[in-house]
Design a protein. Structure first.
Length: 137
């Protein structure tokens, strides 16, 4: 799977969805890798992995807010309809979606905060064999 990760690539639904489809597959691959002790060598590897996950969590609220804004603009332009009977109209459906995405964004911020707290510990870890003998011998 070749994916263009250039953030300045021309926007298109195909490219956007290709990126979105890759995200859970990357997490799935990481889940499979980290089931094995050999996937990481040093505590600094775990720290770096957690830093990258923290960066992802930090970026999620912006993504969710942009999707929310897109849905609102589409609904205001009359380009959204509701096919089920659960919501009486697109305005309510978009509002309910917005509320759920606001909660998801807040959850992502909490995830990031928890990861930052963990990183404040992992940044001080090192492999025991990498430590220099502090006695000077």
């Amino acid at each position: 799977m070749n994916i263009d990760l250039n953030p300045d690539a021309d926007p298109s639904p195909e490219h956007t969805l290709q990126l979105a489809e890759a995200l859970p597959e990357i997490v799935r691959a990481l889940n499979h890798q980290t089931r094995h002790h050999e996937a990481l060598r040093y505590p600094s590897d775990a720290d770096q992995l957690l830093r990258e996950i923290s960066t992802t969590a930090r970026r999620l609220p912006q993504l969710l807010e942009q999707v929310t804004r897109w849905l609102q603009q589409e609904q205001e332009a009359g380009r959204v309809t509701v096919t089920g009977s659960r919501y009486p109209g697109p305005a309510l459906a978009v509002d309910v979606t917005r509320l759920h995405l606001e909660v998801a964004a807040a959850d992502a911020r909490r995830l990031r905060n928890s990861l930052v707290a963990a990183l404040s510990v992992t940044c001080e870890m090192a492999a025991a064999e990498d430590r220099e003998d502090s006695s000077g011998e």
